[in-house]
Design a protein around this ligand. Sequence first.
Ligand SMILES: Nc1ncnc2c1ncn2[C@@H]1O[C@H](COP(=O)(O)OP(=O)(O)OP(=O)(O)O)[C@@H](O)[C@H]1O
Ligand SMILES: [Mg+2]
Length: 318
Amino acid sequence: MSHLSVHNLCKIYPSAAQAAVDNISFSVESGHILALLGPNGAGKTTVIKCIAGLVLPTQGEIRVLDIPLATAQRQAVSHIGAVLEGTRNLYWRLSAWENLLYFGGIRLVSSRKLRQRADELLTLMGLEEQKHVEVRRFSRGMQQKLAIAVALLHEPSLLLLDEPTLGLDVEAARTLERTVRELAQQRGIAIVLTTHQMDLAERLADEIFVMDGGKQLAYAPTQALLKAYDLHRQSVVVQLMSALSEEQAGRLLALLPSLSIENQGSHSATLQWTVERQSDLTLLLANLDQMQVQVDSVVYQKARLEDVFLSLTRNGGT
Ligand SMILES: Nc1ncnc2c1ncn2[C@@H]1O[C@H](COP(=O)(O)OP(=O)(O)OP(=O)(O)O)[C@@H](O)[C@H]1O
Ligand SMILES: [Mg+2]
């Protein structure tokens, strides 16, 4: 049983001409993190809101711990914690501690447990020192951490985070990243997050789901997605011990039209291109050899998630 399963989800907003979410399916296991990626307007927030029970799907089925959202919404949602983008839902004039107690009360956390839980979450989020500080004095990073703490009060099995690192500085984003990883690894919480930060998704997510125009472009374990892309096209950088003459460059370009050649003065040059076939590299090296050009280094560059993402969203998928 998955912590979350989404099956053939569709959402057409009233008055909209096109589906915001168009037949999407995925699942997330306990302790796994899924990153939902896509350009602006792809439908990510809509998916998150459907799962959180805030937007009514036009079609499809969502189950949380196997509980169907459509027919047992209250029960299904009781296992979800969500931090939506823009709406942090904290009371500005209350302190961190008061916010936790207030929202814990609403979520029906028993008052016996609540204080202990609130303290534990403040520690987890590194907010002990801010315990009695009013939220309006918080930095964006602190607000975001408190919002996550609030979302965790009722010990959810599924955590939804819409752009959790938006507007955070590098340090705060890294801290948040660590915390999210710990929530998954140590507490077995299943996490769905959206982000435009490809490096974050690559480091954090076990699975990647890429969508555009409401449709699925890719859905795979992160490493498998990168590997599959690498097999198709590997970016190779060949460093030479001397610059190439125009004639030499012309000869190489006739062989490999997509080759980029950059001379660094007269003493070195860099060749870069995307290898479609292994034999391209052999061909290049053989020709350099014939021209008596010495090779300094040959480096394969591993695909980054950003490369995969751009390729997918520009080409409309594979
Ligand atoms: N309440 C709404 N009513 C009508 N259309 C909406 C509504 N909310 C979103 N949309 C439309 O649905 C599509 C998907 O929007 P959504 O906010 O889910 O995208 P997103 O992937 O989260 O984008 P972003 O990266 O900018 O946050 C967009 O075309 C948007 O204009
Ligand atoms: Mg969004």
